[in-house]
Design a protein around this ligand. Sequence first.
Ligand SMILES: Nc1ncnc2c1ncn2[C@@H]1O[C@H](COP(=O)(O)OP(=O)(O)OP(=O)(O)O)[C@@H](O)[C@H]1O
Ligand code: SF4
Ligand SMILES: [Mg+2]
Length: 324
Amino acid sequence: MDSSAIEIKNLNVGYNTETDFSLIIKNFNLSIKKGEIFGIAGESGSGKSTLAQAIYRSVKYPGEIESGEVIFKDKDIMKMEANDLRKIRATLFSFIPQAAMNALNPVRKIRYQFYDLLIAHGILPEKNNDKISAVLKMVRLNESVLDNYPHELSGGMRQRTVIAMSILLNPEVVILDEPTTGLDVLVEHEILKDLKNIQRKYGITMIFITHDLAILYEISDRIAMIYAGEIVEFGARDDMLENSTHPYNFLLLKNIPRIGVKMDNIIKLKGNPSNFKENFPGCQFYERCPFSKGECSEKHPDLREYSNEHYYRCIRFPEWKQNV
Ligand SMILES: Nc1ncnc2c1ncn2[C@@H]1O[C@H](COP(=O)(O)OP(=O)(O)OP(=O)(O)O)[C@@H](O)[C@H]1O
Ligand code: SF4
Ligand SMILES: [Mg+2]
């Protein structure tokens, strides 16, 4: 039996500029297993949202998916007819985009926003009030929110509402792009706990995107660190934590202070986050890496396997690690 929920193959995604096309996600390959929480992290601008939108095929102009495949249930999402794509969205595969809680319709009560979602999938809304109550309960919201407008709810309640909507139609896979960013730390942690409970209870596959390392390592079964649109290390959570193979992950972990402090604030690396250096032949992390040597500026590292399903993109591993 195929154990992968989503297979991403040779995905290339970028943005059109007035004169050019700038590639952000480069030759991206990844297999997400059924029933896992797969965490994806990287600094601001590293390409997390671009990747998430591409997996869901919802990249909008000036963004463009240049090439690649995203296999879900033996079909390539990139080649699906619009009708088939609409059918699987929210029912089998749903997506909570970054800042989704701010995208709730401000002039429509929450009840009708749930109904809109059902109608969009050809489902009679009134017959599904029990289902709506059930998902609200899963995210620990009182049914009274149905009679509220979004602005009458707190940020945490709005985010819980969005999560409830995303699981309303029993999806097998959910992508969550920074689902707790901007929330109070305690609320954030309650929501994460609920998400994990829902995921474990219903076996949903979750792709969880964050730039908060503490949260990443708390919630994920497996993790990919991305830098300048490429995976630089990925593997099981404990392997990534105990045996980091890429300097980026290693340095970030060294700096991890406490829950809720964002990695952009703690990183002690020189240079700007995730600068994309087009036409640079070497390692994208070269200018910021304290372990770089001449060869690193000349050769782009491939992704190599360190141990069972633990991969890294560094020419100088394990050498650099012997000196720390
Ligand atoms: N609308 C756009 N037009 C042109 N370039 C864009 C656009 N949106 C994103 N980019 C480019 O793509 C890169 C990746 O952006 P993306 O939003 O995917 O990053 P991110 O990792 O999700 O960041 P954040 O943590 O801030 O959400 C950016 O650095 C930027 O160069
Ligand atoms: S290849 Fe070189 S520059 Fe890149 S991460 Fe490894 S040591 Fe650092
Ligand atoms: Mg983003």
